[in-house]
Design a protein around this ligand. Sequence first.
Ligand code: G3P
Ligand code: CA
Length: 335
Amino acid sequence: GQTLSAKAGIPWPAAIAHRGASYDAPEETAPAYLLARDLGADYLELDLQRTRDGVLVAFHDDTLKRTTNVAQVFPDRAGQPISAFTLTELKQLDAGSWFNAAYPARARPAFVGLKILTLDEVIDIAEGGANKPGLYLETKVPKQFSGIEKDLKAQLGRRGWLAPRTAPAGFDAAKAVGVAYTPGRVILQTFEKDSLALLQQQMPATPKILLLWLGDGYIATKDTGAKAPAGGPGLAAFYARQEVESRAAFADWVRFAKQHGAIGTGPSAALTNGGDQSYADLVHPWMNDLTHGEGLVIHAYTVDDAVDFKALAARGVDGFFTNRIAALLSFQGRA
Ligand code: G3P
Ligand code: CA
């Protein structure tokens, strides 16, 4: 995949800071993105949603409950989606204190009162340091946000992130560093096939990744009616057994991605991750061979342990979404 990645202007293997440096700081907040940028991540990853008054913000969950104090500030509205709140309302929330409570060993007083960020504010961070990371943008639950692909194009265009830039003196494309100056400085990602098609329509020249997950129905369970275990080693064994049956379905999935403008796939990876083996293994060697054979790159999510970096690198994965960007960069000998 190195050649394929280079062709798309994407660093190889790509180090993608999943929700920022979200192991060390509250996900999708300023400290998480600043740290990821300054450590040297190739990309800042974020999930895009849209406020009631039409502002694109970086936020992962369907509701505000897990990562903000919405229950205190708006007790009657805690279960409402992000689209029910104006930006002014969202800015009243504390998006950092939950982290201190959940992870006392990594807690910091400075995390108290952190704000939800707009896309504009994340772009400011990406542009604001000595390192110039790219942006890896996901349209989250796009069905809730009709037209978000168009909004995104308009905003990236306004900020100058869709135009190719001239490389600065000393930029070495062969080393694939300095992604901010290559066509791959923005990567668009989605789980939703409809959104992929809309992203392609709006931004045909911008690299796109179709995220893959078990529930999609394009894999063995659909063809055979067999029921997959929920996760873990049993699931990996299940796919090993199902290889012959699932090959055609997986190939259809990959070809769909390619036909709709994706330069690669973002499969979930079965992981050790300290015992959390809840992800489906969509990075079997035969799946990777098939994907590379179609000329597509593979960025696996969400990978946090060195043992997993190693195993997946050996399987030819072209990039990692990770919460632990410091650990990944150190594994890659870049930090
Ligand atoms: O975008 C890749 C990975 O982030 C997908 O999972 O749920 O963390 O957005 P999620
Ligand atoms: Ca995401």
